[in-house]
Design a protein around this ligand. Sequence first.
Ligand code: ADP
Length: 284
Amino acid sequence: EERTNDAELKSEELRAAKEALEEKARELMISSKYKTEFLANMSHELRTPLNSILLLSEMFIDDTNHGLTSEQVEFMKMIHSSGQDLLDLINDILDLSKVEVGKLEIHFEEVNLCEFTDSLEQSFMQFAKKKNLEFTVSSSVDIPYLIFTDEKRLRQMLKNLLSNAFKFTEEGSVSVKLEEAGSHEVPQFHHTNAWLKVVVADTGIGIPAEKQEEIFEAFQQVDGATMRKYGGTGLGLSITKEFAQLLGGVCKVESEEGKGSSFTLLIPSLPEGLPEKGKETIHA
Ligand code: ADP
């Protein structure tokens, strides 16, 4: 008699606990949906005025004389670059929150790797010159000429890795190497699908072993002191890791303190499971 009562009580308790859990899950889902909607609206509202700040300040920093003193032109440049930083931050936060709720759109398309690396080299040459670092972009002959991936996201990943490489390196070199990944290196090897391996290496400050995992989490930086010294938001690597996964690949790091770091991206040259002529947009 007592036992049956006990069992009944227990099952009652369990049911209540299950209901409470379900309620919590519902609340969480709603709040994360609100959060994403809020972030989406917010970033739209912020982007509009920011864009006019950017456009207007840009008008005053070309070579034409607008009647501004050179000091005023310098201020305009500062306004422009702070505005750009803010816009990048807003875009990063929005991207990450979209990834979180599975709403980030991935557009697979043909990417010409020659053109891609040329433009990458062009846009980062100035950083190398500014800091007097050697900078090389090289491709091994066996890499595919065309790959099928999301060019915009690939560019964003490399921009993040390269900005870090230049930020954390004071002397020596920064290099980008493209090659075909070996079958032992990639998560799922399929003989029809070559994998691209991109290695971004630097001779900078390096990353302590115990931090090499957590730097891929949002807002994680090696230490507070680093943050004050180098600035940044701690979002770049988490975005890079998430994007790599959305493209079917991975991002990893090898590093030694005081010697330098090397970040490796492994990306399939065709998205996994894509039908032969599946050139349509895929919503991740
Ligand atoms: P941010 O660069 O904005 O701080 P990231 O997510 O890109 O954010 O990087 C997180 C942290 O990882 C950096 O703050 C830095 O401590 C460390 N890190 C990333 N790349 C490098 C690198 N190439 N060399 C040394 N440390 C790095």
